[in-house]
Design a protein around this ligand. Structure first.
Ligand code: FES
Ligand code: FES
Length: 208
């Protein structure tokens, strides 16, 4: 542990800003100093494509997606797990990718907004969109669009969880995804629409 702190802490901003990353790194600590050019081999299936990757142990899943794989649909907002802009699906579960070390997701299946259409049971619609994407367009559920990839992945993950059945429950379940433009009403409309199509919503038409 001391070796890791000595090697990384003085120069590596992720550890200054996110001490918990250092704690996570203990899981792969070998007990000896780790060189700054250390890379760990991992395999991920990203949007249906198998990838063998060499990553620095401290690389977040968000940075791997954006900086290495050029999948820039996933957004970096707060980089501290507070805004949800970086939400992706890992094995069908919504995850803040800024809080996940890539090495911790070895072997996982990752879906970003770029691959969302491929998750649709009936395949992408004629417009090439996942039903949730189409509903966001239909309900004008965004303004600047910065939060939208995270909102989309989070809403699909929320439906996988199966806990939200009303507008209030949708709002609660989506509360980790911040929209600075305040498009919340239309976002909930879009999600509710898809849930209705899916038969998941029980009290549609509740007071808005
Ligand atoms: S960028 Fe990950 S939660 Fe804000
Ligand atoms: S649409 Fe602008 S932040 Fe949500």
């Amino acid at each position: 542990m001391h070796a890791l702190r000595a090697v990384f802490a003085p120069t590596c901003s992720p550890f200054r800003e996110k001490p918990f990353l250092l704690e996570r790194l203990m899981l792969i600590e070998s007990g000896s100093p780790v060189a700054a050019d250390t890379r760990v081999g991992i395999s991920l299936t990203i949007n249906g494509q198998h990838r063998e990757l060499q990553v620095a142990p401290w690389t977040t899943l968000l940075d791997l997606l954006r900086e290495t794989l050029d999948l820039t649909g996933t957004k970096k907002g707060c980089d501290h797990g507070q805004c949800g802009a970086c939400t992706v699906l890992v094995d069908g579960v919504r995850v803040n990718s800024c809080l996940a070390l890539a090495v911790m997701k070895d072997g996982a299946e990752v879906t970003t907004v770029e691959g969302l259409a491929g998750l649709s049971n009936g395949g992408a619609g004629s417009n090439g969109l996942h039903p949730m994407q189409a509903a966001f367009v239909e309900h004008d559920a965004f303004q600047c669009g910065y939060c939208t990839p995270g909102q989309l992945c989070s809403s699909v993950g929320m439906m996988n969880e199966g806990h939200a059945h009303s507008r209030d429950e949708i709002r609660e379940a989506m509360s980790g995804n911040i929209c600075r433009c305040g498009a919340y009403t239309n976002i909930v409309d879009a999600i509710e629409d898809v849930m209705a199509q899916d038969g998941a919503a029980q009290d549609l038409g509740a007071a808005r």
